[in-house]
Write a protein that binds this ligand. Structure first.
Ligand code: AVI
Length: 322
């Protein structure tokens, strides 16, 4: 696989974001995009195997069952660009369905070099599929793919796994609008989104008894310790999950046991946490199927088709650029 690189988040960006988030008056925050260093990405792969966390299996089930229908109506030749390819495992179904009809160019766009390497391992030997990886943030990568397309080539963008749910609703809509501005009329976006479900199921999915999600959450502070020479004492924080019914989202926090201070040397500041104070580390929004179609309509797409999983409410929506 050819890989086109630009710098990942720099240490300076990370330091500035950590400083801003932990220095906020009121609710302290750390951006969820920093959950995915090499350890965090590996922990997320384990989360996706947990019996309580049905999201990844539902995403894969729909792709496995309906890949032919999903790509059947799309114009060719087609370039497939995937935003956040992860290991690339679930993309295989789409690529196989396409490769039965035509030679296919696949462009995974990933900030994590480890994930791109895994993707190459998983998909690198498929017949009729060539891969060009982009080690870049999503929109930069998509701009580069779109700029390199040849006359007559169409684009299918994959944004799977409900990563859209980790954006606030207005930011999710803004993001879809930005993707649309990069596409041409007739191009497609296959969007995976986790749907609303009963609260006990959601709480169990994000607070599993093995403690894998807790480790995934705590690894964010461990990463700050490793990369920014901080001295957070991880044993004095607890993983906490809440369901915010008004916003229809799971919220993930780290709660401090007792008053404590930590120094973040490379970011040049000290943070004080009071007993019981929390750091907000992630939100995971849950959608209604019709909400996705409405959002598509407001951002320059129409929703061509939707596939829903019966076991774990989840939707794949094929959006076509108007
Ligand atoms: C990647 N993303 C869709 C996951 C989610 O469910 O929001 C991340 C995750 N956080 C805790 N468990 C899984």
């Amino acid at each position: 696989m050819l890989i086109k690189k630009i710098a990942q988040y720099s240490a300076a960006d990370f330091a500035a974001d950590v400083r801003a988030g932990l220095g906020k008056p009121g609710q302290k925050e750390l951006p969820s995009k920093y959950l995915y260093d090499e350890i965090g990405s590996a922990l997320f792969e384990v989360i996706s195997l947990l019996p309580e966390y049905g999201l990844t299996r539902a995403d894969e089930r729909l792709l496995q069952r309906y890949a032919e229908d999903m790509v059947g109506g799309l114009a060719s030749p087609l370039v497939v660009a995937e935003l956040g390819s992860g290991s690339g495992k679930k993309t295989r179904w789409i690529l196989e369905a396409l490769a039965r009809r035509q030679r296919t160019m696949y462009c995974p766009i990933e900030i994590s070099p480890a994930a791109l390497a895994q993707c190459e391992k998983e998909l690198g030997r498929m017949d009729c599929v060539s891969i060009v990886g982009y080690e870049r943030p999503y929109l930069d990568g998509l701009l580069a793919v779109a700029a390199g397309r040849k006359l007559g080539e169409h684009l299918l963008v994959l944004f799977l796994g409900s990563t859209i749910g980790n954006f606030d609703r207005p930011a999710a809509e803004e993001f879809l609008g930005e993707v649309r501005r990069i596409l041409a009329p007739g191009d497609g976006l296959l969007l995976g989104a986790d749907l609303e479900k009963p609260m006990p199921e959601l709480l169990a999915a994000y607070d599993d008894p093995l403690g894998v999600t807790a480790a995934f959450n705590l690894n964010l502070l461990a990463r700050v310790n490793r990369e920014l020479e901080a001295n957070f004492n991880l044993s004095r924080f607890r993983h906490e999950i809440r369901y915010n019914a008004e916003e229809r989202r799971i919220e993930m926090y780290l709660r401090s046991f007792g008053d404590q201070t930590a120094e973040v040397r490379k970011a040049g500041f000290t943070v004080r946490l009071a007993e019981g104070e929390t750091i907000w580390t992630e939100s995971s929004h849950k959608y209604r199927p019709e909400e996705i179609a409405q959002m598509a309509g407001r951002t320059g797409f129409h929703c061509e088709a939707q596939w829903l999983d019966a076991e774990w409410p989840f939707a794949q929506s094929l959006l076509i650029a108007e």
